[in-house]
Design a protein. Structure first.
Length: 291
């Protein structure tokens, strides 16, 4: 979800709060009334300082002038020193993974402070579905990604698992990275738990992670080869990208299942891990050289 969509969802959430919806009928009536209409933005005077700060951050994400963006973020912090979205913005434009890590950590720490520990206990398992938790969850994901980039794969995996406890529906798709890191770290029991909890995936990430798991556990077995053949039917491009030593194409903003764009997405994250596991690539080469 890009920043424009996030802002639209924020305005919709504010509108629903202002409507004081209580019952199922209230929500259905609200939905009917909004059908075909543009979600209105609130006047500045109607917003709290925290909400004004949020809007300044979204404005900063839309401007091309770096100094103007910095000014808007500074103004946001003046209005709300614990502005989670401002920390998230700064982490996203930071010049190094370590700086991003620190800023994302500041962001989710500020969010935790705002929500309160009681909120966490009462709403564990429902995060992301509750709109006010989304900045916290985005900062958690950014923090985990940054941890991995600075060489802290175990710590990153622990954060992903915490996110899945807070949001078992996994709207952010962190199960993919978590599964891959389980394989990288030889935590095969944890991989099995994730595979049991989230079965039936059809993406290259899911299918080729299953292949990788089977090879790490059993080697060149009948099961490993069957899983590889099944995965290749879904996306024929992945094996060649995993075996290749050439630089991968740049990631696209989106990808299509079964297409090369999806294979590039998987290989960007998974190829270094496949190639680091002794025997994995030679196994693929042995199979595909016979074709």
């Amino acid at each position: 979800m890009d920043k424009k969509q996030q802002k639209m969802m924020l305005d919709l959430h504010r509108l629903m709060e202002a409507a004081n919806l209580k019952t199922k009928e209230d929500y259905e009536c609200f939905a009917r009334e909004m059908t075909g209409k543009t979600i209105p933005e609130f006047d500045k005077e109607a917003l709290s300082k925290e909400e004004q700060a949020q809007d300044l951050v979204y404005q900063a994400s839309e401007v091309d002038d770096v100094l103007e963006a910095d000014r808007l973020i500074f103004q946001a912090f003046l209005l709300d020193p614990d502005c989670v979205e401002a920390y998230e913005y700064l982490a996203g434009v930071a010049g190094s993974p370590m700086l991003s890590l620190m800023l994302f950590r500041n962001g989710f720490t500020a969010a935790r402070k705002k929500l309160g520990e009681k909120y966490f206990k009462e709403n564990k398992g429902h995060f992301w579905g509750l709109h006010e938790t989304r900045p916290f969850m985005r900062c958690m994901q950014g923090y985990a990604d940054a941890l991995y980039l600075v060489g802290q794969a175990e710590a990153a995996l622990d954060v992903y698992f915490e996110m899945l406890e807070l949001n078992p529906n996994d709207n952010q798709g962190v199960r993919d990275q978590a599964s891959l890191h389980c394989l990288e770290l030889n935590r095969l029991d944890d991989f099995e738990k994730l595979a049991t909890k989230y079965p039936g995936g059809i993406t290259a990430f899911y299918l080729f992670n299953k292949v990788f798991y089977s090879f790490l556990k059993e080697g060149d077995s009948e099961t490993s080869r069957a899983l590889l053949a099944e995965a290749r039917v879904r996306n024929k491009h992945v094996p060649m990208l995993l075996m290749s030593r050439k630089e991968l194409p740049p990631l696209s903003d989106t990808y299509s299942l079964g297409e090369k764009s999806e294979a590039v997405y998987y290989a960007t994250f998974a190829r270094p891990i496949w190639q680091a596991k002794i025997g994995s690539i030679s196994w693929l080469e042995k199979i595909y050289q016979k074709r």
